[in-house]
Ligand binder design. Structure first.
Ligand code: ZN
Length: 343
């Protein structure tokens, strides 16, 4: 496997801020990738992108999905003290971005840097108050890296309610094979998709059946794949994170196959099919249930798609926080996708 190519895609994707609702730049990145390889694609009104590579069987079509949107925040209030309160985009705990550098993207395309702090950030100034502060969203604010002292100063910068906030990803790839970053969900999987597309082209893989690669942009708020799925899709497979935690089976070294999430079971036959593919090629996999989880496969099914549906992907530690996975988990995910599309 060409790890450097995979790392390149993942790092480039992570370097493009794309909180849900502000995904145009990352969509352009995906479109440019497809254009440069002469792959047929379409763009939805909503912004998701779908690429198609034809296979021998053009009837039994599979659609793979990954999502390019990430967690983030939106400016909720311009405060009298010259700071900003935020409203979270997506489901996460605000303390996971405490002290994190961020960028405010204004509607007239300006960017301002800042830091998300709690409202009593200095132990010297606030002592016990600082230690005991409730980690709820209203107790946090963005301190902008500009000389601003009041609401009017912020207005003068052109910052307004509804402006997007992206957090630094702090992406690190260690020599031991770990990838640490915010938003590996789902950019690690988007990188995997691009790698697979390249793999198909470079190795002239002839696909057993036609494959769509769908890149959605509203997954974190629940309606990523609610539209724009080709009607002839027989199997819809979301590639998204495997949940690690106590009583979870997933690891950072295997591909995680989800059997059930908070919405109920995934397709039993398709899961068994994946298990057999893994066994045939000694692909390291784990079966797991994610109790607090929903995927684009579910939003596709809820939109009325009649297809078998499944979810698998790399195991991600501390999901929706400062995440970590290992290259082995990405490699096993890639092996399973390639096995599936060439089988
Ligand atoms: Zn995800």
């Amino acid at each position: 496997m060409n790890y450097n190519l995979l790392y390149k895609y993942i790092k480039e994707l992570l370097s493009i801020p794309s909180p849900t609702g502000y995904t145009e730049d990352v969509e352009k990145y995906v479109v440019n990738f497809l254009k440069s390889r002469d792959i047929r694609y379409k763009i939805a009104n909503k912004g998701s992108v779908i690429a198609t590579i034809e296979g021998k069987d053009k009837i039994n079509v599979t659609t793979f999905s990954t999502h390019v949107d990430t967690l983030g925040a939106m400016v909720k209030e311009i405060k009298e003290n010259g700071r900003l309160s935020v409203s979270l985009i997506g489901d996460y705990v605000i303390s996971s971005v405490e002290g994190e550098c961020c960028t405010i993207h204004t509607k007239n395309n300006k960017k301002y840097e800042g830091t998300l702090q709690n409202i009593k950030p200095s132990i010297h100034a606030y002592a016990n108050e600082s230690k005991q502060i409730d980690r709820s969203t209203e107790n946090y604010e963005i301190v902008i890296d500009e000389e601003v002292f009041c609401k009017a100063d912020i207005n003068n910068l052109g910052i307004d309610v509804g402006d997007m906030v992206s957090f630094d990803t702090r992406t690190r790839i260690t020599s031991s094979g770990f990838i640490k970053s915010r938003y590996l969900d789902d950019k690690a999987a988007v990188g995997v998709m691009l790698y697979v597309i390249d793999y198909i082209i470079l190795n002239e893989i002839s696909l057993s059946h036609t494959i769509n690669f769908l890149f959605t942009n509203y997954e974190e708020v629940g309606h990523g794949a609610s539209a724009f799925i080709p009607k002839d899709t027989m199997n819809f497979i979301a590639i998204d994170l495997g949940c690690l935690g106590e009583k979870q089976n997933s690891t950072e070294y295997d591909v995680s196959i989800c059997t059930k999430d908070s919405n109920g079971p995934y397709d039993y036959k398709l899961i068994n099919y994946f298990i057999n593919l893994c066994k045939e090629d000694s692909i390291n996999y784990k079966l797991d249930i994610y109790d607090n989880y929903g995927s684009d496969a579910i939003s596709a099914i809820r939109s009325g798609l009649d297809a078998k549906f499944a979810l698998f992907g790399p195991g991600i530690y501390a999901s929706h926080g400062y995440e970590r996975t290992h290259i082995k988990s990405l490699e096993e995910t890639i092996k399973l996708i390639i096995k599936y599309i060439s089988n």
